[in-house]
Design a protein around this ligand. Structure first.
Ligand code: BES
Ligand code: MN
Ligand code: ZN
Length: 521
């Protein structure tokens, strides 16, 4: 009797599995409203000052000269200098129009010229601590367009995210019970229009964060595929390649990783056709390792729980597809994710194994913990072969080495195409999801030559992120391509004004911006 493969469990998703709601998000208990300037509201008033401690003239008029004086007095007492990202609360005496002012500093001229409105929105919702607060978005020395307000609202919402589905005792997670944030603006109708697109992006970010935060027992390959399948309700076409289909295609590298897990693996292909029928699609590819034990080359125990986030690339792609479809982006977009679990098992692949990829090239496995590149090798090849895309961008929590190089500040960017790389860098500057270009080329490609196969899956001690990228490049077949190593930016993220949790949702805003700026007519 030949060895029987375990039953493949990542087949066509079972709709019953789409029970993972977006519960982590506190949207139900937190609401943003837009109102015209001057409308009186109960609750705290949030106002903004430059480093001269002066609010915008119309705001000064609205709160009255007594309140403006009190801001100056309180600032002197509190040593508040109106610096960017600083804040102070001023309790006002009876008889003034509001009880409490929250004063947020915007800093000097250069700070204000470089204002990141999304971050400002996060700061605003972080500083609000009453049941309801009104932020008067008339900023001294800054022109606040409806698009800027929409970004502020996006940041304010991103800040509210928390993942507490598995806490049976709900606390409010430092959310301070704020239930309503009113943004007082010049033109609410224009803002509402601009915010519509940002709300789609917000949903995409929330979805990506939820997927990364979910524990690995709950979110296996099949459950993940079901979440991708759920995008059909937005008009996305979704197709699942199960193990039988992948075998037929010859995806030996992906299957080699999947074979160590009782849960099997699959590829989910998402298609959003928002552009002209004749337009070549653009393609996003994600590493979706739902849990990475390292396989037979097993990882040390300490911190291994973090490897539930090894599907952050795939989560970003699903979140992006959600955002693009929900805002009806005028572009043809492919999202493709390779979903597997890297486990040590009686049937797991070994160091020394040689696998044959869909491209026909062979790979010698040196370290089963270098599994992400194996998964991506087959998905990249499949996407370029089937869809002939304008470009491919893959996202992957691929190497620990990228953390050594760039900490958690930048994602590593590797590309065979300067135009694409520059566009990504520009989108990174615009969104604050920054990328830093890293080298690939013949020197690194040489480091993955193998004694026994066409290549090996690791490149030795040095340049670990570049040798990983060099392997991927062998599967892109000259299609314009960029690889984003997001091991440092997408998971275990430090707290910022817009991200309080473990998963940041990194990449959704970056790539939405890239599409918006260059690939929609
Ligand atoms: N998923 C890891 C990379 C990773 C490390 C992601 C830290 C997030 C945080 C990847 O599969 C891996 O294990 N890479 C190895 C490669 C090595 C065996 C060549 C690494 O970085 O150590
Ligand atoms: Mn690994
Ligand atoms: Zn991994």
């Amino acid at each position: 009797m030949p060895y029987m493969m375990p039953v493949t469990k990542c087949a066509v998703p079972n709709p019953a599995l789409v029970h993972l709601q977006q519960e982590g998000f506190m949207a139900d208990s937190f609401k943003i409203d837009f109102q015209p300037h001057g409308k009186v509201e109960t609750g705290d008033l949030i106002v903004f000052v430059g480093d001269n401690l002066k609010p915008a003239p119309a705001v000064a008029k609205q709160i009255g000269s007594k309140a403006v004086d009190l801001i100056a007095k309180a600032a002197a007492a509190e040593n508040f200098k109106g610096k960017a990202k600083s804040a102070m609360t001023v309790v006002l005496p009876n008889g003034l129009s509001v009880d409490r002012l929250i004063v947020i500093g915007l800093g000097g001229e250069t700070d204000r010229a470089e204002m990141d409105f999304v971050q400002l929105g996060g700061l605003i919702s972080g500083k609000a601590n009453g049941k309801s607060a009104t932020a008067v978005l008339d900023l001294p020395g800054i022109d606040v367009s409806p698009e800027a307000v929409a970004e502020i609202a996006l940041g304010a919402q991103m800040r509210r995210y928390s993942f507490d589905r598995y806490k049976t005792k709900k606390d409010d997670n430092g959310q301070k019970g704020v239930t309503r944030l009113v943004l007082s603006v010049a033109d609410p109708a224009a803002v509402k229009k601009a915010y519509k697109a940002q709300e789609s992006v917000l949903q995409g970010i929330t979805l990506a964060r939820d997927l990364v935060n979910e524990p690995p027992n709950v979110l296996g390959p099949q459950e993940f595929a079901a979440r991708a399948q759920a995008l059909t309700k937005l008009g996305v076409e979704v197709e699942i390649l199960d193990e039988k289909a992948m075998k037929k295609l010859g995806m030996g590298a992906l299957l080699g990783v999947a074979q160590g897990s009782a849960r099997g693996g699959c590829v989910a292909i998402m298609r959003w056709n928002g552009g002209k029928a004749s337009d070549k699609p653009i393609a996003f590819i994600g590493k979706g390792v739902v849990f990475d034990t390292g396989g037979i080359s097993i990882k040390p125990a300490a911190g291994m729980e973090d490897m539930k986030g090894d599907m952050a690339g795939a989560a970003c792609v699903v979140g992006l597809m959600h955002a693009l479809a929900s805002r009806k982006a005028r572009a043809n977009v492919i999202g493709a994710i390779g979903l597997v679990e890297n486990m040590p098992d009686g049937n797991a692949q070994r160091p020394g194994d040689i696998v044959t990829t869909m491209s026909g090239q062979t790979i010698e496995i040196i370290n089963t913990d270098a599994e992400g590149r194996l998964v991506l090798a087959d998905v990249l090849w499949y996407v370029q072969d089937r869809f002939k895309p304008k470009f491919m961008i893959d996202l992957a929590t691929l190497t620990g080495a990228i953390l050594v190089a760039l900490a958690q500040e930048y994602a590593g960017l590797f590309s065979n195409n300067d135009e694409l790389a520059e566009r990504l860098a520009a989108a990174g500057k615009a969104t604050g999801e920054r990328v830093w270009r890293m080298p690939i080329g013949p020197e690194f490609d040489k480091m993955i030559e193998s004694k026994f196969a066409d290549m090996k899956n690791t490149g030795g001690r040095f340049g670990g992120s570049s040798t990983a990228a060099a392997l991927l490049q062998r599967f892109v077949n000259d299609v314009p391509w960029a690889h984003l190593d997001i091991a440092g930016t997408a998971m275990g993220s430090p707290q910022t004004e817009i991200s309080r949790g473990w998963a940041s949702g990194w990449g959704v805003r970056l790539l939405d911006r890239l599409v918006r700026d260059h690939y929609e007519d």
